[in-house]
Design a protein around this ligand. Sequence first.
Ligand SMILES: [Fe+2]
Ligand SMILES: [Fe+2]
Length: 202
Amino acid sequence: MKVRETIPTAENSHNMNQMPDSMLVVGTTLDNLKSAILGETGASAKYAAYAKAAREQGYDQIARLFEATSAAEQIHIGLEFGLVSEMDPDYVKPTAEAPEAHASDLNLIDGAKGEIFETSDMYPAFIKVAQEEGNAKAVQVFTRAKLAESVHAERYLEAYNDIDAADDDKFYLCPICGYIHKGEDFEKCPICFCPKASFRAF
Ligand SMILES: [Fe+2]
Ligand SMILES: [Fe+2]
């Protein structure tokens, strides 16, 4: 992912459209924050289960990718929970059961499908409502999550294609927005401009 000259926002980006045949249920920004938290909570639990399965199946690098992505979704949950707490102080975070894992190649495809839904459907719809409501904080949180999910999908598909040719590259997680970089070759987050030194290695 290329680093732009300015931080990407919903206003200066051209990949913020929603799928026209979407079945997504869209509500107010408060509703949407809660459904995003629910979705991210399920995704985080699922990727933790897929990481465990990958390790048992002998795919160390894929296990590390699932661990990094599970942690990334926790970052999104934290950002969204912060906004919900301001509007609804009694809200309690949901929990999720870890689902059954399958073969790691299929787990990668399942993960990519979820990430593509979030980046091309769920978050663009939620960004639009937040813009209409004039909720700039929610626009920013949803926009950064939307951009990070697209990279998560890319990492999963890359790992799927390289399953028989894994390397030793580490994955680096941006602690601010959940972006994941593969390998050492970067200086800062392309989404939020956080410096590499603050990233967490997996
Ligand atoms: Fe994600
Ligand atoms: Fe970032």
